[in-house]
Design a protein around this ligand. Sequence first.
Ligand code: ASP
Length: 362
Amino acid sequence: MAYKTVRINLTTPQSPRQSVLVIYTGGTFGMVYEPQTGQLVPFDFDRVVDRLPELKRLTFDITLLTLPAIIDSSNMKPAVWVELAQIIQDNYQQYDSFVILHGTDTMAYTASALSFILVDLNKPVILTGAQLPIGVARSDARENFITALEIAAAVDSVVSQDGYRPVVPEVCVYFNSLLLRGNRSTKRESVQFNAFASENYPHLATAGVSIDYNRLFIRPWQPGQALQLRTELDPNVTILKLFPGITQPVVESIVNIPNLRGIVLETFGAGNAPTDEWFLDTLKRAIDRGVSVFNVSQCEGGRVTQGHYQTSQQLLQIGVVSGADITTEAAITKLMVLLGQERDPQRLRALLAQPLSGEMND
Ligand code: ASP
């Protein structure tokens, strides 16, 4: 599809060195008050410079692309993840980095999905958004967007035959002064500005007076590899969150969903689940018919250690795969992507257990 793009003409005289493609998907970020009704409505993103004139003072080239249908991110779908990945691939040679403006509600899912879809990514893809619309005076949109752009355009002074080395060549979420690995991020707050956390992986950067990068934890740049996409995502997955008192009909109705191929099992603590015979039998029957069950803890921090307690030993025995310290967002998107690649349940389980894109420490 041919997308319409708009270039921001910089006021700085020096010729721009880096070029950033901004992809606008929707969300709270782009809302303004309509003068007649006083209601919040999406604004014309092509005119973002009217709202943020400081964009013109940045020292790199910025191009804006708006998706044909802008959405509240609660309407995000795998097809849009693939569309975003395809836009990045189609523009990969032309731009040095990418910023995706996205609603906060499902940003961590999109960041996780893109980290698995974009294979051998060697350029920054930074997602950001806002808790308060750009049309509100106290909005966090300005800082989030400008700093995300700065991070996307950041390069090391080292120049190789492949060009400048980007500081953050991976999919990240930037929000409220923190740069997080995308597939380690979760939305943890719906009111305060500190909307995102990464409990099990260090922040990749902190933005204050300067932007301090935590280089040891940033994925190394590996130039010379061509970007490839995993575009087949299988939607036949679900999340089963355990709670004390969960009943057999509930578990059975989920496990027996027609065509189901993968379950993220949200367990207690370090990966523990009830030891009732009916529960383990129901799961085992699903695993025996080829459904992959991926064990993710309900705790934000820490990890699943199957076999540490008796209450997780049996999960290990029936073939549940440990998700180690993965987030639910990364687990469900990893399942979709791997199920789209691999039909053999045994091979799939082996792939699930390994880190695919820095989303877990096995
Ligand atoms: N509902 C909005 C969305 O995720 C919330 C936000 O952008 O912060 O699209």
